[in-house]
Ligand binder design. Sequence first.
Ligand code: F6P
Length: 324
Amino acid sequence: IKKLAVLTSGGDSPGMNAAIRSVVRTCAYHNIQCIGVYRGYEGLIEGDFKEMDARSVRGIINKGGTILKSARSKEFRTKEGRQKAHKHLIENNVDGLVVIGGDGSFTGALIFNQEFGFPVMGIPGTIDNDIFGTSHTLGFDTALNTVVDAIDKIRDTASSHNRLFFIEVMGRDAGHIALNTGVAGGAEEILIPEEDLGMERLVDSLNRSRKTGKTSSIVVVAEGDKIGKNIFELKDYVDQNMEGYDVRVSVLGHMQRGGPPSCFDRVLASRMGVKAVESLLEGKTNFMVGLLNSKMELTPLDKAIKGKTKINLELLRVSDIMST
Ligand code: F6P
């Protein structure tokens, strides 16, 4: 292997830049060339490449977003699109590809490898933490801190006005962000897609805690939760079935994806970039690098995509006990 390419694909997440930096510098360390691909698979299809040396990634470890930009490419889902991408890689003498992204991006990488035998390596970059084979995806920790900060601020208003706040957080179909930030932010209830509590149970529980003397409440709702799916309907239902609270909704939205990466995400990104490049240099392909039991480990891409990430049930119990 003499030349590698790196791209970021799917939703951006804090730590992607730190991972690009790590991939580029690990290539430089091993005296191989590195090219950056703009806008994920879109740039691969168009041949939108840029040579990157160690100095080209200075000053980005602390920046959110991705300097290579990101996209969700429709054309890469077609055989013609992938053929164009392969042609550009071959024309540019690229021997392997590092894909920083989520499960959709990994599915693309896997199909690409199966069709052309092109070596690929994944780095999990998404705030959702919904990928099997790593305890943490890049950006998850930063997003948790951003959300907890937001909850703390909303709580000031909740307690000053005796209000009940429903706070909707991201996570797509997974409840990892909601569960962790709910516990850390002292939420009375946490609604996640993995555990269906039902509206009545929610109202009962809120009423019970109100009777024990609570004057305000925070409910953290994962965007993928069944009863929380339409958070405004949920608010109306609770409004009609509960006495004494002024109810409000706060949807945190894309602020959760931005901002400087946390120390944890910067370290993780640096480790993942080294592992990804060195694994390709060792001749490995079709793997994702991940953090398991504090160590960098490889998981086959197909398992990373299909394997179920389990919600931490112990955390769910802790949350129940804390809201007593
Ligand atoms: O996968 C990251 C994520 O932020 C999810 O949490 C969310 O459901 C989705 O992306 C939002 O996507 P978009 O930025 O395309 O609206």
